[in-house]
Design a protein around this ligand. Structure first.
Ligand code: ATP
Ligand code: MN
Length: 289
């Protein structure tokens, strides 16, 4: 394993633009309503499968329909075991299409996720104006937001999982890891070169901000080390710079990241880190003017 933490390339993103997010009825909703025989068999198979036994709450009918649709569309061939059960979502491994191979499937729970907390991140994000305030709409918007955020982050040159497909509250993305062992988070990995790792994370924070996004939950728990690459994950809560609390979120991200690297023995402060990230966007604005 190499420990160079090489930066990925950037494409350039319009900082003030944003993409539309749509949570209108999907094919998965129609499948759930139709309840045809093949879907019923699929449901039974999934509900009986060992790896989903303890996850009854995740798999309401419409979520199963979303999984069914992803299988029909070829994004998933077979489901593997759980990687993680978080506050809002469960992450599973799965076998994806022939070309892609193993994938990670993140399923946001409709019933047991903390959707009040989600509302704080959605209100004020221009991409979600006009989205209804019920649990289901919020969780669907959230899932679509993570998908859009991953695309935007990657275009900005931030190493993040490749988003492959999204259906209702289910997102399929590139699997990070090798041979059935998922990549460890920065909190669990042994860092051989913390200085280089810090510089890469700092650069990714600046690129994300320059692309008009603030992660909002960045820490050693949402950065993984995959085969010598640092990968930023969990962009569901990331907001655009237009969000009224984006400055506060950025300050908090800087505090978390600086504190982690300070514990690794580096001489870093959150003030310096924040200044580095913000300066980049300011000089980009100056260039544009
Ligand atoms: P939490 O509430 O714990 O922050 P979350 O529900 O928001 O989690 P993520 O942080 O996106 O979900 O993922 C949870 C865990 O699943 C990660 O810490 C990581 O170990 C694993 N994971 C997430 N995405 C992938 C991926 N693409 N490939 C491999 N493992 C992943
Ligand atoms: Mn996380």
């Amino acid at each position: 394993m190499t420990e160079d933490y090489e930066l990925v390339d950037a494409e350039g993103v319009d900082r003030d633009a944003w993409e539309e997010i749509d949570v209108s009825e999907t094919e998965a909703d129609r499948i759930a309503r139709r309840r045809d025989r093949r879907f019923e068999q699929f449901q039974k198979r999934i509900r009986d499968a060992d790896q989903f036994k303890s996850e009854g709450s995740v798999f309401d009918e419409a979520t199963l329909a979303a999984l069914y649709k992803l299988v029909q569309d070829g994004y998933v061939q077979a489901f593997g075991g759980p990687i993680s059960t978080g506050k809002e979502a469960n992450v599973y491994t799965a076998m994806g299409s022939e070309e892609v191979g193993e994938v990670a499937v993140k399923i946001y729970r409709i019933n047991t996720s903390d959707f009040r907390h989600m509302q704080d991140y959605l209100a004020g994000d221009p991409r979600f104006e006009g989205i209804r305030n019920d649990k289901k709409s919020i969780v669907l918007a959230w899932t679509n937001k993570e998908f859009a955020n991953l695309k935007r982050a990657r275009r900005a040159g931030v190493r993040a999982p490749v988003p492959l497909a999204v259906e209702r509250n289910v997102m399929v993305m590139e699997y990070l890891g090798t041979d059935g062992t998922h990549a460890p988070t920065l909190a669990d990995a042994r860092l051989e070169n913390p200085q280089t790792a810090f510089e890469v994370v700092r650069e990714y924070m600046a690129r994300l901000y320059e692309a008009g996004l603030v992660h909002g939950d960045l820490s050693e728990y949402n950065i993984v080390v995959d085969d010598g690459e640092l990968v930023i994950i969990d962009l569901g809560q990331a907001v655009t710079i237009h969000h009224p609390n984006s400055d506060e979120f950025l300050d908090r991200d800087c505090r978390n990241v600086a504190a982690f690297f300070a514990r690794q023995g580096l001489d870093v402060t959150d003030a310096e880190l924040c200044a580095f990230v913000r300066e980049r966007a300011e000089s980009a604005d100056d260039d544009a003017a």
